[in-house]
Design a protein around this ligand. Structure first.
Ligand SMILES: *Cc1c(COP(=O)(O)O)cnc(C)c1O
Length: 436
């Protein structure tokens, strides 16, 4: 097979057995059934520690990473984040409840979203969520009112749109100005919401936030954003005498899914970003604010693997070959949404034939239900064989649905050569449990 790219944590034993975190993928599939989400707990912790270490060493004091929980949100993840000392991003009452229910310290939680309802604002304040990242003036007024009712001053950051297009990497003054998120510097909306925030008695503005995109590989994107945002901090100080204590530069660190994706030296990137922040703050003549980064994908993507069982191999002569599996867009909608690419590997490689080009597809009633297009699998693969889809730790479980009423797969975590269930498999009964 010329599937030479093995993401971290994966290996092939001498007998051709695929292992993940040192454990046989076939044996895990036998034990827990398929489809199956696997996570390597040690890998999640290592990814956290890389950010914690680099941000401690290379960034202004008080800087820290926040895990963007939307990438994968379930109780055990928040236990791990609590133990590792990671801050978190939350975006809904469900994420807030999940984190709070395992005693995650909610004063380290940052509440995001461009359309927070009054109920969610109240829900978050009642659970002492530390920071609200405020998206727009109406929300700002709603947060101020809710804080007034409770007799508190709610700590907030303002979401600012720096106008950087992460996929052309240039700092363009049009790029993302039209985003549904945040307040653009260029249009003057940022300056306006800043004035409003400083005038309100029940919010305490602690700084600014921006997030320009996901799966960013261009070196300059974060540094360009940092410069624009530090410039905005300097202007805030000049115009309002307001000094930002925190500057949140968002998430989006790219992860390698397929061999052709660039290799990322995250440590080097972070060190260089830390240096830019220090040097550029000095050049602007302002004290460097503490920096927050919000990695989601970079924390969990390569710690995850999905295992499926093949249902059928359909060869359409002269056209293509489909390998259908027992999951699909319900557990991994990323191809349907973004044409995402994945590395697919057979759980057993021995004696299974020459490589065959095929599409791995799901079993939903949609032709767009594709997991990976144009991948190589052994031609001898047939019903009952197991295949693994790699690097599925981010935006798979968290984006899963019950379309066609397929019960969701369980989440099984691997730790120290053992495995345990973190989220139970749904059943036909639990799928219907809220129906009256
Ligand atoms: C999605 C998102 C993140 C995380 O992005 P990743 O690409 O998973 O690192 C961080 N912050 C905000 C505001 C986001 O919307």
């Amino acid at each position: 097979m010329n599937n030479v790219f093995l993401p971290p944590d994966l290996a092939r034993s001498g007998e051709g057995e695929l292992t993940f975190a040192g454990q046989s993928v076939s044996a895990l599939a036998d034990r827990y059934g398929t489809p199956l989400y696997l996570y390597d707990e040690a890998r999640i912790r290592e990814n956290c520690r890389l950010f914690l270490r680099e941000m401690h060493e290379s960034f202004p004091s008080g800087s820290r990473p926040l895990y963007a929980g939307k990438a994968a949100s379930f109780r055990q993840i928040y236990r791990v984040m609590r133990e590792e000392g990671m801050g978190i991003d939350v975006v809904s009452s469900g994420e807030i409840h999940t984190a709070a229910s395992v005693n995650y310290p909610m004063d380290s939680a940052f509440f995001h979203g461009n359309s927070k309802t009054d109920e969610e604002i109240a829900f978050a304040m009642d659970r002492s969520v530390g920071y609200f990242v405020v998206d727009n003036p109406e929300e700002l007024l709603a947060v101020d009112r809710a804080a007034a009712r409770r007799g508190i001053r709610q700590k907030i950051l303002l979401r600012i749109t720096p106008g950087v297009d992460p996929h052309t990497y240039a700092a363009v003054n049009t790029g993302c100005v039209d985003s549904k998120f945040g307040n653009s510097i260029e249009t003057g909306m940022a300056e306006e919401i800043l004035g409003l925030a400083l005038s309100l008695p029940h919010v305490a503005l602690v700084g600014f936030h921006c997030h320009v995109g996901s799966q960013v590989f261009y070196e300059d994107v974060f540094e360009t954003c940092a410069r624009i945002m530090l410039g905005f901090c300097r202007d805030a100080e000049k115009r309002h005498g307001y000094r930002a204590a925190l500057l949140d530069l968002g998430g989006g660190y790219g992860v390698r899914y397929v061999e052709s994706d660039p290799e990322v030296d995250l440590s080097a990137k972070l060190r260089s970003l830390g240096r830019t922040v220090r040097e550029y703050s000095a050049a602007l003549g302002i004290p460097a604010p503490a920096i927050l980064l919000e990695p989601g994908r970079a924390i969990v993507a390569d710690a995850g693997l999905t295992v499926y069982t093949v249902g059928a191999v359909k060869r359409i002569p002269g056209y293509k070959t489909y390998v259908s599996v027992d999951g699909g867009m319900t557990d991994n909608p990323r191809f349907a949404l973004y044409k995402s690419r994945y590395t697919c590997l057979p759980a057993k490689e021995s004696g299974t034939g020459a490589p065959m080009r095929c599409d791995v597809v799901g079993r939903c009633c949609e032709s767009g239900d594709i997991i990976a297009q144009d991948v190589l699998l052994p031609s001898g693969i047939a019903r009952g064989a197991r295949i693994a889809v790699c690097t599925t730790g981010a935006y798979n479980y968290s984006m899963s649905s019950r379309y066609n009423r397929f019960p969701r797969p369980p989440v099984v975590m691997l730790r120290d050569g053992e495995s345990y269930v973190a989220v139970r498999r749904e059943t036909p009964e639990t799928v219907a449990e809220n129906d009256l």
